[in-house]
Design a protein around this ligand. Structure first.
Ligand code: ADP
Ligand code: MG
Length: 261
C-alpha cells in the first residue's frame, strides 16, 4: 500500500517539504526484446515502499531497459509490473510517468528556461497546474535540493551537479510514488558526484522508494536496502548489500566485483 512519510518541518513548525508518497513495485516474470534481441529475461524483483534498490551490472546487461519498462517508455513482451498492487499495463502511460518519476544521465533540461521554469513546466504542462501554485511547489523543491539561490539561472550557468539537482527537483515536484535513477552521476565531473549521491541518500532516508542504476558501488553498499546484479538480461543475484558485496555466490558477480572494486 501507499505510505506517507518524511514530512520535514522548519524551525517555525511549518511544513516546508511535502510528504513523500512511497509506493511499492513488483516485477513479475518480465520479458522484453528489441526486435530479435531478447534483452530482459524473466525478471522478478520486489521493491518495498520506502526502500532503495540499487541495480548493478555490466554495460549492455539490460539495466536501462528494465527502468524503461517500469514507466512504459518501452513495452514488455511478457510479464507484468505491479505499482501498489495495480498492473502498470492498466495505467495510462502519462499517468504512470507522474507516479513513477525518472532521472537520466543527461539531465534533459530545457536550455532556454531557468531552473525554476524547468521544474514549473512539468507541473503546468503535465499536471495542468496554475502558474502561481506551480511556482510555490517549484520553489520548495529547488530549496529541497539546495538550489533556492539558483532558481533563476539557466542550465548553462549551472554546474553539471546543479543541473542534475534541478532534474531531481523536477522529478520530486510531480509527487511520485517511485523515482528511477539511471546512472545519474556518470556524466558528472568527479568532484560533483558526491553532492548528488548525498542528495539521493537523503531522499532514501526520508522514505522515497527508489530504484537506482549505478556504478557507484560505495553508494550501493551504504544506501541500498537491496542490490540486484544483472547480467545478460537476467537478475543473477539479489540481496542486501553485505551479501552481494561480501558474499557473492555466482561466478559472474564475483568476476564483476573483481573488475569494478
Ligand atoms: P545497460 O543499461 O545495462 O547498459 P541496456 O538496457 O541499455 O543495458 O541495453 C541492453 C541491450 O539492449 C544491449 O544489448 C543494447 O545494445 C540493446 N539496446 C538498448 N536499447 C536499444 C534499442 N533502442 N534498440 C535496440 N537495441 C537496444
Ligand atoms: Mg544503461
Amino acid at each position: 500500500g501507499l505510505v506517507e512519510v518524511g514530512e520535514l518541518k522548519d524551525t517555525t513548525g511549518k511544513a516546508t517539504v511535502p510528504a513523500i508518497k512511497a509506493g511499492s513495485l513488483e516485477v513479475r516474470d518480465l520479458d522484453m526484446a528489441y526486435g530479435e534481441l531478447q534483452v530482459l529475461k524473466q525478471i522478478r524483483l520486489k521493491v518495498e515502499p520506502g526502500t532503495v534498490t540499487c541495480v548493478i551490472g555490466p554495460s549492455g546487461s539490460g539495466k536501462s531497459t528494465l527502468l524503461r519498462c517500469l514507466n512504459r517508455l518501452v513495452e514488455p513482451k511478457a510479464g507484468d509490473v505491479l505499482l501498489d498492487g495495480e498492473s502498470i499495463l492498466a495505467i495510462k502511460p502519462e499517468t504512470l510517468r507522474r507516479r513513477v518519476g525518472m532521472v537520466f544521465q543527461h539531465f534533459n533540461l530545457f536550455p532556454n528556461h531557468t531552473a525554476i521554469e524547468n521544474v514549473m513546466l512539468a507541473l503546468t504542462r503535465i499536471k495542468g497546474m496554475a502558474g502561481s501554485q506551480a511556482r510555490r511547489i517549484a520553489e520548495a523543491r529547488l530549496a529541497e535540493v539546495g538550489l533556492a539561490a539558483r532558481s533563476d539561472y539557466r542550465p548553462s550557468r549551472l554546474s553539471g551537479g546543479q543541473q542534475q539537482r534541478v532534474a531531481i527537483a523536477r522529478a520530486l515536484a510531480m509527487d511520485p510514488e517511485v523515482i528511477l535513477f539511471d546512472e545519474v552521476t556518470s556524466a558528472l565531473d568527479p568532484e560533483l558526484v558526491k553532492g548528488v549521491l548525498n542528495l539521493m541518500a537523503d531522499l532514501g532516508r526520508r522514505g522515497m522508494t527508489m530504484i537506482v542504476v549505478t556504478h557507484e558501488m560505495g553508494f550501493a553498499r551504504k544506501v541500498a536496502d537491496q542490490v540486484a546484479f544483472m547480467d545478460e538480461g537476467r537478475i543473477v543475484e539479489v540481496g542486501p548489500p553485505a551479501e552481494i558485496f561480501d558474499r557473492p555466490k555466482s561466478p559472474r558477480l564475483k568476476q564483476f566485483l573483481a573488475e569494478v572494486l
